[in-house]
Design a protein around this ligand. Structure first.
Ligand code: PGA
Length: 247
């Protein structure tokens, strides 16, 4: 059985004060969750948010990391630095990184392998653009992102995949329950082909893209959707409603 996993992605939002306040509010609201819960936050907020979440079931994760162990990479952060603060999860290859910061399937692969090597759990994001969906290219795009991005992973069940159709991110335009289910089932099948059928049954695959307190129940009721990667709605206590989707 796959344990559901709801993760927030704060993106470039929040400060020490506002983030701490939100975590304090969320703690009692999510304490009886039946799923794993994480908030991925800007790197500079990790120490303070880790402190705020102490003693709770909220894990603090990162939003990106570099693949090198150390070196001349101004502005970057390594896996070891994240581990110093007890970080467990790191988002890799979010569509905003792909769109604005030159992330490719190859660099997604390097970061993912480095995260696993360091013992972190990467949340690897995949998903098609609107024009790719409209031109019937969704499966071809996912094939490429999965094949190249996940190349060389020994135990695929150690990663989490987030399927985030780019047209649904921050737009308020969620994929329908059926679209999300159908595409995530396709990703699971592909993982079975690329890795092993048993791994495909075990791997956690989240949906992301305008998931909110109102639509989470329908999405989470789908057999292949194991969780959510939540942007906008993770900046407020609505996040707790999503975490408690089964209540
Ligand atoms: P959204 O973002 O929930 O605001 O659409 C999701 C994400 O980008 O991970």
């Amino acid at each position: 059985m796959r344990k559901p996993f709801i993760a927030g992605n704060w993106k470039m939002n929040m400060t020490v004060a506002s983030g701490t306040k939100l975590i304090e509010e969320l703690k009692p609201l999510v304490k009886d969750a039946n799923c794993d819960v994480a908030l991925c936050v800007p790197a500079i907020l990790i120490p303070a948010m880790k402190k705020a979440a102490e003693g709770s079931n909220i894990e603090i994760g990162a939003e990106n990391m570099h693949w090198a162990k150390s070196g001349a990479f101004t502005g970057e952060i390594s896996a070891d630095m994240l581990k110093d603060y007890g970080v467990k999860y790191v988002i890799i290859g979010h569509s905003e990184r792909r769109q604005y910061f030159g992330e490719t399937d190859e660099t997604v692969n390097k970061r993912t392998l480095a995260a696993l090597e360091a013992g972190l759990t990467p949340i690897v994001c995949v998903g098609e653009l609107l024009e790719e969906r409209e031109n019937g290219k969704t499966e071809a795009v996912l094939d490429r992102q999965l094949k190249v991005g996940l190349n060389g992973i020994e135990d695929i069940t150690k990663i989490v995949i987030a399927y985030e159709p780019v047209w649904a991110i921050g737009t308020g335009k969620t994929a329908t329950d059926e679209q999300a289910q159908e595409t995530i089932a396709y990703i699971r099948k592909k993982i079975g082909e690329l890795f092993c059928p048993k791994c495909a049954e075990k791997i956690i695959i989240q949906y992301g893209g305008s998931m909110n307190a109102g639509n989470c129940k329908g999405l989470m009721a789908q057999p292949d959707i194991d969780g959510g990667l939540i942007g906008g709605a993770s900046l407020k206590t609505d996040f707790a409603t999503i975490v408690n989707f089964d209540k």
